[in-house]
Design a protein around this ligand. Sequence first.
Ligand SMILES: *Cc1c(COP(=O)(O)O)cnc(C)c1O
Length: 428
Amino acid sequence: MKTIKSKDEFKLAQNVIPGGVNSPVRAFKSVGGTPMFIDRGEGAYLFDIDGNRYVDFVQSWGPLIFGHCDKTIELSIMKAVTKGVSFGAPTQIETKLASLICNMFESIDKIRFVSSGTEAVMSAIRLARGYTKRDDIIKFEGCYHGHSDSLLVQAGSGATTFGTPSSPGVPSDLTKHTLLAKYNDIESVKRCFENSKDIACIIIEPIAGNMGLISADEKFLQDLRVICDENGTLLIFDEVMSGFRASLKGAQGVTCVVPDMVTFGKVIGGGMPVGAFGGKLEIMNQLSPDGPVYQAGTLSGNPVAMFAGFASLQKILDSKNLYNDFELKATSLVKGLKHAADENCIPLHVNTQGSMFGFFFNEIKVKNFDDALKSDTDMFAKFHQGMLSEGYYFACSQFETGFICSATTNEMIESCIAAAHKVMSKIK
Ligand SMILES: *Cc1c(COP(=O)(O)O)cnc(C)c1O
C-alpha cells in the first residue's frame, strides 16, 4: 500500500495545524502510522489521495447512515445551496425537521438546533441547571459528551486514548460540580446523591459508544429514572451517537425508559454540522426567548444543514427493514471477527446495536470503563494497521464504535472477515 502523498500532506498540515488535525483522534496516535488524507468517498468506500480504496466502517464517526455521496441527501443540499447558504432568520425547513423529530419521540415536545453535538449537550446541561436551579451534574466514567468544560472529565475515547482523562485549561472550580459515577452501577449513582442535594441532572449515553460499544442494562436505566424522579433531577439521554443509529429511535427504541431531555448530533445532520437538544414542554419553555435560560447561535438551524438532516431522516423513515438489515450485517461482521480471534487464541469480546458495532481485545465481557481499559490496546493497534493495509478502515482507537451504512454489502463483510483471519494469524 502506497502512502507517500498522505505522509507528505501530514507533514505540511503539522506545520500549520496542531498535530496536523482538527480533531485529535484523527491523528492515528494510538495506532501508529500517519492518517490517510481523504480524496473522496463513494457509498461504503473511502479513497485516499494515494489512490487506495478502503471499506469505511467509520462513516465520518457515525453521521453517514447512507454512506458517502448519497444521491438523495446530495441533491437536497445542492438545492438548498442555490437559494443561499445562511440567513440567520427563520426558514420553513427548521420547523419541518423539528416536527419530524417531535412526532417521533415521546420524550420531545420541542427541540432546538445547534451546530455540533458538543454544543447540544452543553446547552442541555445549562437548561437542566436553569430549570432545576441546581448546579451539580452526574456523568459516567467513559461517557463522552463533547469537549465543553464541565463534561471533560473521564470522557472516554479521544481522552482515553491519550491518557488524559481531563484536560489542562478546565478549571477545577467547574468540574467540582461534575460528579462521576460508574456505568451500569446504580450504587455509585446513589453515592453521588448522598454526597449532594444539588443535582440538576444525570447525563448518560444510554448506549455508550465512546469507550467502545457498551449498552446500559435495562434495569440500570430504570433505576436511574426512579432515582431522578425521587430527587427532582432531570435524566438526559445523550443520543448524539446512538440517535437513529442504535435503532430508528436510537436508544429510546431499545429501552422503555423515557428521559426528560435528549441530545442529538451526527446522523441528524446527514453529514453537515448539526446538533439538537429537546425535551418536555415545561423544560424547553425555560429557554430564551420564552424563558430566562440563554442559548443562541449565528449558524444554528443553518438551512443547508437542515435540508441535509431532513433528507437523511426522511429517507430513514421511508426505508423498509433498514435497521434489521443493519443489525444482521453488524452481527455477521462481529461474529466473523470473533471467530477469527478464537481460531488464533486472541481474546475478543464483541457487541452490536443496530448499525453500531464494537469489539474489545479483552479477556472479560466489558460492562464499564474500568473493564474497557483492561483491553489490549497494542493488539488493537496491530489489528488496525493490518486491516488498513488490507483495505478495511476501522476507527483508529480501541475505544470507538464501528458503523455499518446502507451501502455496506454482505460481500464486503465476508471479505473483511477473511482479511481479519489473515491479519489475526499474523499478529497473534
Ligand atoms: C460525538 C459525540 C458528542 C460530541 O459531538 P460533536 O459533534 O463531536 O461535538 C457528544 N456526545 C456523544 C455521545 C457523541 O458521540
